[in-house]
Design a protein around this ligand. Sequence first.
Ligand SMILES: [Zn+2]
Length: 311
Amino acid sequence: MDKYVIAVDLGGTNTVIGAVGIDGNILNSNSFHTAKYEFVNDWVAEVGKWIKALPNNIEIIGLGIGAPNGNYYTGMIDFAPNLKWKGNIPIKELLEKETKLKTIITNDANAAAIGEMMYGGGKGIDNFLLITIGTGLGSGFIVNSKIMYGFNGYAGEIGHMNAAPNGRQCSCGLKGCLETYVSTRGIIETYNELNQSNHSVINPSKISVKDIYSLALNGDKHALQTIYITGTILGHNIARVITITAPEKIFLFGGIANMGKLLIEPTEEAMNSSLLSIFKNKIPIEISHLQDKNAALLGAAALVFNEKYQL
Ligand SMILES: [Zn+2]
């Protein structure tokens, strides 16, 4: 019988669920609104119902879930700001009770890094770093072919490294965190700061990163400058973490990574300008090879396959 993993990508808006084979083939998948479920138990029941409806000629070996603030060690979701369910949610325990499947959970960035290792550009690379840039900035470190969890499961919170003393206020309570500059919100704020005297193009409260990117492609000075500044801040901070873990490659993942060369060039320039010669010009930055694929599902599935078979 073919072996499958139930992969769940739990997001604040949508939940995507699929049965994924070891080669990354997705047998069946579905998505539903997370926000519709006021209580986590109703959401868990929905997951259970979907699994029960799968054909019974497949063997399901476990359930992998990537979730905001998902903790690998405790099996909890800890205070996820984008979810309706507040506090600490024992999601692993609830899913195991409902589905009778061994469940592994981690945060979305770690799941993406494990997915990249198993199915993407990280295949055969023992040490790399994946950075997800969207609403926030997260990262997953693969060190000696293993995801680095740290003592409490929170290794890789590089979005909250200080990028500017006394800088912008972050939602975490600190000031100057990297993600206050390198994220959707950060990019918009930088653009609006530069563009203060010229509001004629697009209403600053309505502008999106997509708008800024297309303005840049059309040669808008402030949009180009915004992306350059964003890349420069990102690059300097990538250099700091390279010095600690010596990754062979850096992958960028998430909507912002679609800016491609325009973002990657200043990022590499700033990164290399802050690196020791043993690292300088030796570490490429690439867009995730799973960028347009079902990366979240593949990552959640890889969590289980990777642990079960030590791939
Ligand atoms: Zn922060």
